[in-house]
Design a protein around this ligand. Structure first.
Ligand SMILES: C[S@@+](CC[C@H](N)C(=O)[O-])C[C@H]1O[C@@H](n2cnc3c(N)ncnc32)[C@H](O)[C@@H]1O
Length: 288
């Protein structure tokens, strides 16, 4: 069977299985099975499919038809223009999270500084920021050792030398004197009874990356309360959250004494990142 026909057949199978992007899925999986890019596929679609690659492709299509995320099947997802290895031990990076990277970069005008990324997963936020600010020192932490290993692997294969990674339950593995200009996080923030957990890719992602107690706010509250001890005076804390959580999260920032508390909207117009600045303990003044 020629590649074009194989593709068309797979696309209709994936459409029947409910994929929202069946043709694209089929193309990405066929490219992965053949080890080629999509330009090659568009150019050589009239070639016969080699049998080993065809069997590999059929297996990938079958897994996708069961709902398995494309990024887990190919082992890769692009974020901030960086090709990141993915694994079922952590979240697949989402384009929405680029809003948090943009917010962090906007507060990182100095040529040098320190950024902490809590719950780093693939290292997406830490590596995107580190790639844009080579003079900064970036630390990413995650409670899951597999995620830490994945982030280290991504840093190595991307040649990003100013980011390090450590296993830690939020701030637990940090020493008291480890302080940062910026602390960022995309923590778990989905309520355990949220119906979205039974839909799409999230069905296959670990609950440890997604779900938080107290209607999704438990970890967000914890991070706001604890971050002050590791923020330099005048430093910023920035958190991604659900689109209905902005008001609650800003309230937690304000109750904890942060100033200049605000939210940022993503490309869809939803407030998905909230931030606040730590005032100087001694003088009550903000750092210039
Ligand atoms: C929503 S995912 C974000 C992953 C990545 N930062 C991103 O944006 O793609 C949340 C991450 O937080 C980690 N995590 C959950 N609880 C944690 C804890 N108590 N301490 C540190 N990391 C935690 C999870 O393992 C997961 O990798």
């Amino acid at each position: 069977m020629i590649l074009d026909h194989l593709l068309a057949r797979a696309a209709s199978r994936l459409a029947a299985a409910g994929s929202p992007s069946p043709r694209l899925d089929a193309e990405v999986l066929l490219c992965h099975a053949l080890g080629v890019d999509r330009t090659w596929l568009y150019t050589w679609g009239d070639r016969q499919a080699p049998s080993i690659e065809r069997a590999r492709f059929e297996a990938l299509v079958a897994a996708r038809a069961q709902g398995r995320p494309i990024a887990y099947l190919t082992g890769e997802r692009e974020f901030w223009g960086l090709a990141l290895a993915t694994s079922p031990h952590t979240l697949i990076p989402r384009p929405d999270t680029e809003c948090l990277v943009e917010a962090a970069l906007a507060r990182a005008a100095a040529p040098e500084g320190r950024l902490l990324d809590l719950g780093t997963g693939t290292g997406a936020i830490a590596l995107a920021f580190a790639s844009e600010r080579p003079g900064w020192s970036v630390l990413g932490v995650d409670i899951r050792p597999e995620a830490v290993g994945l982030a280290v692997h991504n840093a190595t294969r991307l040649g990003i030398a100013n980011a390090a990674f450590r296993e830690s339950d939020w701030f637990a593995a940090l020493t008291d004197d480890e302080c940062f200009d910026l602390i960022v996080s995309n923590p778990p923030y989905i309520a355990a009874d949220d119906p979205h957990l039974a839909q799409g890719d999230v069905r296959f992602e670990p609950h440890s990356a997604l779900v938080a107690a107290d209607g999704g706010l438990f970890d967000l509250r914890h991070l706001v309360r604890e971050a002050g001890r590791h923020l330099l005076p005048g430093g910023w804390l920035m958190l991604e959250h659900g689109f209905e959580q902005a008001e609650a999260v800003r309230g937690v920032f304000e109750a904890a004494g942060y100033v200049e508390v605000a939210s940022r909207v993503d490309l869809g117009g939803h407030a998905r990142v909230s931030l606040g600045r730590r005032v100087d303990d001694e003088t009550g003044a903000e750092r210039p």
